[in-house]
Design a protein around this ligand. Structure first.
Ligand code: XMP
Length: 514
């Protein structure tokens, strides 16, 4: 069985929701790939795609300099759905007319009226709320099309040419605020593209293990396991395929959260009987970091030292043929317009140099989004606390201690962080807040404890909600939870006499303090 034999193509015109569209398609259990709008009709034909979705984008379809599609793709007989800019581009390319919206622009939740005899809106409500965000609109239909939805300011909110299987919507079916958006997408995927819902994580796991087995044969694979979700799932897939031919090196740099190193070791060594080498390198890292306060230097030192330790350990193992890495789809997505898919270099800490002398790199998660990686992890039996864990930066607690790093400071931030995590879990906030942690601010202040004056450390609590970590809002954590965390930290953690809560969003702040 090939679960990718029914792929839908997402053509990226630079819209902010491109990856969301792809995730939604996959939630319908249909595999899809994101490609730049520059893909040619011939490449599309060769790709054997079942359907095409045009994303939104910041340009105007009538602007000569805006991104265009290869018009020949409309002759391939493949169903196409245009969304927002994609809808306008379809209209403009096929002979319709797109104009700027004059007067009131539609932005946000909008009441839309549907023709439910349209294939796209089959079984949908006649009226519903959709999310609009556009400065242009389709004024004249291309030949062969009819209008299938209208809104107050948009006389052509959707259109279709059922003979050629072309559909276009001015609103965004992929965003949550479009109440029946998933229904419209399913109608397109199942009833226009005739896809079957065969992209499923249990099959992905089975298929991947089988193909890794074939690819690796009797060769040896090395993996750097960090305990994070991606490297854990990647390693376990390879382990299921080749067992002890895989060796994982887990560099414990001593900058992990409380008990984390032991948990990782326990799960992978005891539960999965993996070939895991844990290198306790805390002293090495602390020595290198001694007296260093500058955030970027800390990162650099940690990244370099990590590679050095890894190289030393792997040298002891003799020749290894492949290197396994936890690269995921958002890291490899081809960007449509400009540089919208820039990957921050600091996110590659733990990324290893390619000249270590491997025959090849194995990246079993290259096609998966994060939520799919988590589902695959659960499918493989990795405990939920590991699979669902919040992101944790490669340089670890080092970038949550302002100034230089010492063992004492690590102890303070580690204990404060553990208390915060415990209380968030108790109140269920761990499921609602995307990332939360304690920071040792480097600020000392005067306090009073018992009858005495204190002059001690300030801990800042940080908690954010976000969908992509590129922007984030500070979480509105209930006062009683903050109170509990604050009380416990000043009472239970030595040398802390003040706790503050960070109420800045990103931008202008970042999630981490360094
Ligand atoms: P910032 O602080 O850039 O964080 O708003 C966004 C997300 O990235 C994580 N982060 C890092 N991850 N190495 C990593 O692997 C790093 O150096 C690093 N710095 C930030 C951060 O935890 C958040 O999830």
């Amino acid at each position: 069985m090939d679960i990718k034999n029914q792929t839908v193509l997402i053509m990226d015109f630079g819209g902010q929701y491109t990856q969301l569209i792809a995730r939604r398609v996959r939630e319908c259990n249909v595999y899809c790939e994101i490609k730049s709008y520059k893909i040619t009709a011939q490449e599309i034909k060769d790709g054997g795609y079942m359907g095409i979705i045009f994303t939104g984008g910041p340009n105007s379809a009538y602007d000569d300099n805006g991104p265009k599609c290869d018009p020949k793709l409309f002759e391939l007989g493949i169903p196409v759905l245009g969304i927002c800019y994609g809808a306008q581009l379809m209209a403009q390319t096929l002979g319709g007319k797109v104009v700027p919206v004059e007067g009131s622009r539609e932005y946000g939740k909008t009441e839309v009226e549907f023709n439910t005899s349209s294939l796209l809106f089959h079984a949908a409500d006649k009226e519903n709320i959709c999310w609009m965000s556009h400065t242009d609109r389709i004024e004249e239909l291309p030949h062969g099309f009819k209008t299938t939805a209208i809104s107050m300011d948009c006389p052509i909110a959707a259109m279709e040419d059922i003979k050629r299987n072309f559909f276009a919507v001015q609103f965004h079916p992929e965003v949550q605020h479009t109440v029946e958006g998933m229904l419209y997408l399913r109608n397109f995927l199942y009833n226009a593209c005739m896809c079957t819902a065969n992209w499923r994580m249990d099959d992905f796991v089975k298929e991947t293990i089988a193909s890794l087995k074939k690819q690796i044969g009797d060769k040896k694979v090395l993996c750097a396991l960090s305990g994070g979700v991606d490297s854990s799932v990647a390693a376990l897939l390879v382990h299921k395929a080749i067992g002890k031919q895989l060796t994982c090196i887990f560099v414990d740099h001593g900058l992990l959260r409380k008990d984390e190193g032991d948990q990782v070791e326990k799960v992978f060594k005891q539960q999965f009987d993996m070939n895991l080498i844990r290198v306790n390198a805390q002293e090495r890292f602390l020595t290198k970091l001694a007296g260093v306060s500058e955030p970027e230097r800390k990162r650099k030192i940690i990244g370099e030292e990590f590679i050095r330790v890894f190289e030393e350990e792997s040298a002891k193992l003799g020749k290894m043929d492949y290197l396994c890495q936890g690269t995921i789809y958002p890291d490899v997505v081809e960007s449509g317009v400009g540089e919208s898919a820039v990957i921050k270099s600091h996110h590659n800490v733990g990324g290893l140099p390619e000249d270590i002398g491997f025959e090849g790199i194995i990246e079993p998660l290259r096609d998966l989004f994060k939520d799919e990686v988590r589902r695959a992890g659960l499918e493989l039996g990795i405990p939920e606390f590991l699979v669902m864990r919040q992101p944790f930066p490669g340089p670890g607690l080092a970038i949550r201690i302002m100034g230089d790093i010492t063992e004492e400071k690590l102890e303070i931030v580690r204990e404060a962080d553990a208390i915060m995590r415990e209380e968030f879990a108790k109140s269920g906030l761990d499921k609602q807040v995307n990332q939360y942690f304690a920071v040792l601010t480097g600020v000392r202040s005067v306090g009073v404890m018992g009858d005495g004056r204190t002059y001690d450390n300030t801990i800042a609590l940080r908690a954010v909600t976000t969908s992509d970590f590129m922007t984030a809002d500070w979480a509105r954590v209930p006062y009683d939870v903050l109170e509990k965390v604050s009380n416990r930290i000043v009472n239970e953690v030595d040398n802390v006499n003040r706790v503050v809560y960070d109420i800045t969003s990103k931008p202008p702040a970042t999630v981490e303090w360094e």
